[in-house]
Design a protein around this ligand. Structure first.
Ligand code: HPA
Length: 248
């Protein structure tokens, strides 16, 4: 049977209405994942949940062991992964609270362990990453968003920055010229590692704030938390709908 995992980000460190069956500790050749993998049931469907930033939400974006997280999910037989992420809105239509299903990525991160293909290779391996997300899963997220009455954005280019600091106004202007619609810190290398492992991966992003220089106030944690509260409620409704209508 197909297995679906949800990698929760800031604002979705726990899943309410998620009935835990068991926690599975997986050790990987790349070190320890962010947490034990939690097997549970959401709307009568089995799902595996992994909090990206750890159970105590204390692993910053550049310190997440993305390789271990994705490898562990593959190892236990997961074949589809939804990565939930908090992002900043760059384009005018990416307003706080909105849920976005991105279709493209620009990677600005550096110094992260970003590939599984570097040791003990028979030959150099390159993955096709023209379309970084799994279109089938993206479509299902979009349908679930529309069905739950949300003003979901069905495309968007996700610019991934190193963090943990937020960006300068000029960095955001440059990203806008590059074609980024949203900015976050965790989309890479999570998405490309999923492709390396042949996992069907899509992202469900929630706009937590206007990106630097795009709003009329400095970015505050209070604003982020307030918008995430609303946005993540919508994400939960979307995920529940997706599971109810799915062949997980
Ligand atoms: N920039 C980068 N990552 C983020 C932001 C932002 O403005 N908001 C939430 N995650």
């Amino acid at each position: 049977m197909a297995k679906l995992a949800i990698i929760g980000g800031t604002g979705l460190n726990k899943m309410s209405d998620f009935h835990v069956i068991r926690r599975e500790v997986v050790h990987t050749p790349f070190g320890e994942p962010s947490a034990a993998l939690t097997h549970g049931v959401l709307t009568d469907n089995e799902v595996i949940f992994l909090p990206r930033h750890g159970p105590a939400h204390n692993i910053p974006p550049h310190k997440v062991n993305y390789r271990a997280n994705l490898w562990a999910l593959k190892h236990i037989g997961v074949d589809r992964v939804i990565g939930v992420a908090a992002v900043g809105g760059i384009s005018a239509e990416m307003s706080p609270g909105r849920v976005i299903i991105p279709d493209q990525i620009i990677d600005y991160t550096y110094g992260r362990d970003h590939t599984l293909f570097e040791y003990d290779l028979n030959q150099v391996t390159h993955i096709d990453f023209t379309q970084p997300y799994c279109e089938q899963l993206r479509k299902r997220l979009i349908v679930a968003g529309i069905t739950t009455g949300q003003n979901i954005a069905d495309t968007g280019t996700y610019g991934v920055t190193q963090g943990p600091r937020l960006e300068t106004a000029k960095e955001i202007s440059r990203m806008e010229r590059d074609g980024c619609d949203l900015v976050g810190m965790t989309g890479m290398p999570e998405t490309s590692l999923a492709r390396e492992l042949d996992l069907c991966y899509a992202s469900c992003a929630v706009v937590a704030n206007w990106a630097a220089g795009k709003g009329d106030q400095p970015i505050s944690m209070e604003e982020i938390e307030k918008n995430l509260l609303v946005g993540m409620r919508n994400v939960r409704a979307l995920l529940e709908n997706l599971l109810q209508t799915s062949q997980t």
